[in-house]
Design a protein around this ligand. Structure first.
Ligand code: SF4
Length: 146
């Protein structure tokens, strides 16, 4: 099992990981065309902390993963007006954001605590850490080279 967070000069990405939910290899890409605003990063940071507490889930032991997903959500909030899940491919992002199924927290998370982005992990998940908090500075540091 491995977690591999990667970044490029134009965006952020979790290039690939073995999903603890399915035990199969997935390729998940998070691409941000523009850097999200600090305001949206902060909004999504606070949302993530609150929702982790509310749902009884924890951030990944590798906070780099958490940081990348929060930035991806923030980028979608800026560009689409909604925190569309950043770990999926969409043919029509505005339509998906309008439909709402994949707006965070998505329906699979709300109904079954399934977060394929590994932002919200149940305690028994092999990748779950012990924290439900992440600071703005942690996100900034973890994504500094993106
Ligand atoms: Fe994506 Fe759903 Fe996880 Fe939010 S809860 S990051 S929408 S998979």
């Amino acid at each position: 099992m491995s977690i591999q967070a990667t970044c490029s000069s134009f965006g952020v990405g979790i290039s690939s990981f073995v999903s603890p939910l399915t035990r199969s290899r997935h390729r998940t890409l998070i691409r941000a065309q523009v850097q999200p605003s600090e305001k949206s990063v902060e909004i999504m940071r606070k949302f993530s902390e609150q929702y982790a507490r509310k749902s009884g889930t924890y951030f990944c032991v590798d906070k780099g993963v958490t940081s990348v997903v929060i930035k991806g959500l923030a980028e979608h909030k800026d560009t689409l007006g909604a925190p569309l899940c950043p770990c999926r491919h969409y043919d029509d992002k505005p339509a998906e954001a309008g439909q709402g199924f994949w707006n965070c927290p998505c329906v699979p998370m709300r109904e079954r605590k399934e977060c394929h982005c590994m932002l919200f992990l149940t305690p028994e998940n092999d990748f779950a850490g012990k924290e439900q908090t992440i600071s703005f500075d942690e996100i900034k540091e973890a994504t500094a080279n993106m």
